[in-house]
Design a binder for this molecule. Structure first.
Ligand SMILES: [Zn+2]
Ligand SMILES: [Zn+2]
Length: 319
C-alpha cells in the first residue's frame, strides 16, 4: 500500500479560516491571533497566579520572622554557654544545653530550606505572570491586526462587488468615447489589453457566441473584433470606465470574411437590430465573468498606470 502524501499546506488558519499572509511561516497552521488565543486559553488565569504569588510572599515573610527569632534564640543559647559560669556548672548544664542548641540549629536549617523553596516558587510565579502579560499583549496586537485585515478584505470584496455590478450595468449604455479611459497605446493593434483578452478570454468569448460567426454562422477562422468603439477610435476589446470601477464589453465574434466586410463601419450601420440585441445579451451574460478576471484587472491597472495613477484615488485601485 502506498503511503498517502500529506495534502499541500493550504495557507488558511485552521481555527478561524482566515487567509495566512505571505509572511506566515510555512509550518504555521494558525494565524497569529488564533495562535496566541490558543496559548492563552491553555494557561491558567493570571489572577490565580497572582493570588498564589501573594500567598507565597506572605508565607515567606512569616518564615523569615520565624527564622529571625530562632536565630536570636540560638545566639542567646550560644552566648550563655560561654558565660562566666564555673566550669563544673557549665559541664552539668552543657548536655542539656547542647541538645537545645542542636534542636535550634536543625529548626533554623529547616526554615532556611523552606525559604529557598518559597523563593524559587515566588520567582517562577513572577516569570509566569510576566510571560502571561507579554502573551496577552501580543494576542491583543494580533487580534487588532486580524480585525484590520478582515475589514480591508471586506472593503475590497465590496469594491469588487461594485466593480462587477458596474460592469454588468454598463452593457446597457451607449458607446460614448468620453465614458472610457483611453490612452495613446489603445490605438495600437495588439496592445497589452487586447493581447491579454485574446490569449486568456477568447475561449470564453467565442463560447458565449456559441462558437459561430454572429453574421454568417460560420465556425471557421473566427476572430474577435472591436464592436462599439473601433480600433481607430482607441477601442480595446474591453474598455475601462472612466470612474475606474467597471468595464464595458467591446467585442464581437466574426469570421474573417465578415470581419473584413465590417471593416471600420459603425456597428449600427453593419449589424441589424436583432443582432445588436443578441450581442447585448451576450455581453450581459459574460460581463461578470470578465470583470472577475484578476489578470485582466491587473493588466488594466498596469496599462493605464500613467492615467489612473494621478486621476484615481488609491481606494479605487484595490480591485
Ligand atoms: Zn485564525
Ligand atoms: Zn461570418
Amino acid at each position: 500500500m502506498r503511503v498517502m502524501k500529506a495534502p499541500p499546506h493550504s495557507r488558511i488558519c485552521i481555527k478561524c479560516g482566515g487567509k495566512l499572509l505571505g509572511l506566515a511561516h510555512p509550518r504555521w497552521r494558525m494565524c497569529p491571533a488564533c495562535y496566541y488565543e490558543d496559548r492563552l486559553a491553555k494557561l491558567r488565569p493570571v489572577r490565580e497566579a497572582e493570588e498564589e504569588l501573594r500567598i507565597t510572599s506572605s508565607n515567606l515573610r512569616l518564615i523569615e520572622q520565624k527564622l529571625d527569632s530562632a536565630e536570636d534564640t540560638l545566639r542567646r543559647l550560644l552566648s550563655v554557654r560561654i558565660g562566666h559560669w564555673p566550669l563544673y556548672r557549665w559541664y552539668l548544664a552543657s548536655k542539656k544545653r547542647d541538645r537545645k542548641v542542636r534542636a535550634h540549629r536543625i529548626f533554623c536549617d529547616k526554615c532556611r530550606n523552606r525559604m529557598a523553596d518559597l523563593d524559587a516558587k515566588k520567582d517562577s510565579l513572577k516569570s509566569e505572570i510576566s510571560d502571561h502579560k507579554k502573551l496577552k499583549n501580543k494576542c491583543q496586537k494580533a487580534i487588532v491586526f486580524r480585525q484590520a485585515r478582515l475589514a480591508s478584505q471586506r472593503a475590497s470584496a465590496s469594491l469588487l462587488c461594485e466593480f462587477e455590478h458596474n460592469t454588468a450595468a454598463a452593457t446597457d449604455a451607449e458607446f460614448d468615447r468620453d465614458r472610457f479611459v483611453i490612452s495613446k497605446k489603445d490605438y495600437r493593434r495588439g496592445n497589452a489589453i487586447d493581447n491579454y483578452f485574446r490569449v486568456h478570454l477568447s475561449d470564453l468569448a467565442i463560447s458565449a457566441f456559441s462558437g459561430h460567426c454572429l453574421v454568417c454562422g460560420s465556425s471557421q477562422s473566427l476572430t474577435l473584433d472591436h464592436y462599439g468603439l473601433a480600433k481607430n477610435e482607441g477601442g480595446n476589446l474591453v474598455l475601462l470606465l472612466k470612474d475606474g470601477v467597471g468595464f464595458r464589453m467591446n467585442f464581437v465574434v466574426l469570421c474573417q470574411g465578415c470581419n473584413s466586410a465590417k471593416s471600420d463601419r459603425d456597428y449600427r450601420m453593419f449589424f441589424s437590430a436583432d443582432q445588436i440585441k443578441l450581442i447585448h445579451d451576450v455581453h450581459v451574460t459574460i460581463a461578470r465573468r470578465v470583470a472577475s478576471d484578476v489578470g485582466l484587472r491587473e493588466n488594466m491597472k498596469k496599462h493605464y498606470r500613467d492615467i489612473l495613477g494621478n486621476r484615481f484615488s488609491q481606494d479605487q485601485f484595490r480591485w
